[in-house]
Design a protein around this ligand. Structure first.
Ligand code: NPQ
Ligand code: MG
Length: 369
């Protein structure tokens, strides 16, 4: 099926966060998001770019993603139309910039699915109509503050808690949460690359707390060091930043660098590559779960569809809209019994609300084909 695109809108929005989100990268108080809108004769397709405002999680950042889309990626699309599978192929000669590529491919896929009257979930192969949700809890100024936050999330129904850790904020918070909420709480930690292999003995101390996993303890490029660390820990290692493609996932599994994979479609270049990683991991018996980049309802809708695939056997960071934003740009995603429903309408099954969108828009540019 060929989708003929007349142009692409690149829209920047500023979304204040309900509370500052602190990780080992620093503190965010507002999410600067790039939205991509692909326009065809009878439909439009939406997507959200996962890039942060600064190149900390990966080398990408919002202004850079917008630039590479305008200057290289959008102009590379064939003028006479394309199928979503062609997007990755025509963008392949450009190195990196996976979040930018993912946003463009996802917007094309949304437009294509809307005209085919098929949902993302159906297209990707969703095996259920709702997904269990976890929440990522930032680094706080004090343990009592953290316990209050965790208590509120548990009361909202979140079925799994992920604590952000860094040197100086690891054992204390983990022990306090375990003592307060008990051994049955599904608990995991995410270091966002804040440690080195020389911290192995320190990290092995986390083995006593029955964590589901430790996510990305070492640097993004430290695949081999993660394999070494895995031999020294009982806590399963999950990779996030290190896995940028299905090839990386295959290497990590072969090396023994991880036994769980966090899949973020933006990080790996799109939903098609995300599905390849899911398929590969499933064939190896490696559980996967869907990560998050503080998405608005646009990115969230697609992530919830992906998280419904059969190999996503652990709850993801697919939180409700209210975890991050007082007002989402779409109808909000609200947890029910700890789950979010997979949208069933055509494409993403959800659109930005025009009034809210205009209110938060900081700039918009049109790139004609
Ligand atoms: C992770 N996300 O799993 C990330 C990283 C992350 C939900 O924990 C602004 C935008 C700040 C995106 C901080 C979660 C961010 C961000 C951290 C993503 O590693
Ligand atoms: Mg992570």
């Amino acid at each position: 099926m060929k989708t003929k695109i007349s142009g692409v809108e690149l829209r920047r929005i500023a979304m204040p966060l309900v509370a500052p989100f602190r990780t080992s990268f620093g503190v965010e108080t507002s999410r600067d998001v790039l939205l991509v809108r692909v326009v065809t004769a009878d439909h439009e397709g939406w997507a959200e770019c996962g890039a942060m405002s600064e190149p900390r999680y990966s080398s990408e950042y919002v202004a850079c993603a917008q630039h590479v889309l305008r200057k290289f990626l959008i102009p590379a699309l064939p003028k006479d139309g394309l199928d979503v599978h062609a997007v990755g192929r025509v963008l392949q000669p450009f190195t990196g910039h996976r979040m930018a590529k993912s946003a463009l491919e996802t917007a094309v896929l949304d437009a294509q699915l809307r005209s085919a009257d098929e949902s993302f979930g159906s297209y990707l192969g969703a095996a259920r109509d709702r997904v269990p949700c976890g929440v990522s809890v930032g680094i706080m100024d004090s343990v009592p503050e953290l316990l209050d936050a965790v208590e509120r999330y548990i009361a909202e129904g979140y079925v799994r808690i992920k604590l952000k850790i860094e040197p100086g904020w690891d054992f204390g918070p983990v022990r306090a949460v375990r003592e307060r909420f008990g051994d049955d709480l599904l608990l995991q930690v995410d270091a966002n690359a804040a440690y080195t292999l020389s911290d192995a003995r320190h990290l092995a101390g986390l083995d006593d707390f029955g964590l589901q996993l430790i996510e990305q303890p070492l640097a993004n490029d430290d695949m081999v060091q993660h394999a070494e660390l895995a031999k020294l820990l009982r806590t399963p290692i999950c990779l996030d930043e290190s896995i940028k493609s299905a090839a990386d996932a295959a290497a990590a599994i072969s090396l023994g660098a991880c036994s769980v994979i966090n899949i973020k479609p933006g990080r790996v270049g799109g939903y098609l590559e995300a599905r390849r990683i899911h398929d590969l991991a499933r064939a190896h018996g490696v559980p996967v779960w869907c990560g998050g980049m503080l998405e608005t309802g646009i990115g969230r809708a697609a992530n919830v569809a992906l998280a419904a695939l059969p190999g996503f056997t652990l709850p993801g960071d697919t939180s409700g809209s209210g975890r991050y934003f007082a007002t989402d740009i779409t109808e909000p995603f609200v947890l029910s019994d700890g789950h979010l429903e997979v949208p069933t309408g055509p494409g993403l099954g959800i659109e930005p609300l025009p009034d809210v969108l205009n209110e938060v828009t900081t700039s918009s540019e049109w790139v004609a084909m």
